[in-house]
Design a protein around this ligand. Sequence first.
Ligand code: OGA
Ligand code: MN
Length: 212
Amino acid sequence: MKALLLPTEATYDLIAAQLADRGYCILPQLLPAELNNALHRRVTGLDDEDFHRAGIGRELDFQLNRDVRRDETRWLNNEHPTDAAYIEKMAEFRLAINRRLFMGLFDYESHYAHYAPGAFYKKHLDAFKGQSNRVLTTVLYLNPEWQPQDGGQLLIYAENSDTVIETVEPNFGTFVIFLSEQFPHEVVKASRDRYSIAGWFRLHDPLQAPAL
Ligand code: OGA
Ligand code: MN
């Protein structure tokens, strides 16, 4: 089961080099195919009721929010073996990147996201400088046979700019990593169901009381 050894040390070297050099990295595959397949079965097997409208809030907030994003999300659950296998890989990832870049990544939170046909997420930042402990964003795409005409691309913009520097097709297994405070990004409207896992590595928040 050599494939289960993915990601390799060489892949972590590449990720670290690209993060240090330009702040993001796009890989056609990071995780073992078996894990990508299990995650795909898991997310497509969830019922609609398992998902929550992202960022749901009070009435007015909700309307504003609907103008910005239409995805539905569900946090991963460490009690489920498939979610646990992904979380475990991300713990390895955290240590591998910390060893190379001394980023001080402390923990990781992640959710499944479902974009129904017509859903989008307008240009946004995942974290504002000094206001959040989210430092590194990841997105894993779980869409077999995605076609460019299906839309749903991730557009990554240059810092403080309207210039698109990367257009990422949400192809099955593709894994994207970028500095959360640096890159505005958006999800183009998709015409098919679009599935992904979005996650954030965080720094330690000293204001958060430790669990006793
Ligand atoms: C997000 C996000 C990008 C994507 O959830 O914050 O930007 O391509 N997702 O799904
Ligand atoms: Mn985002």
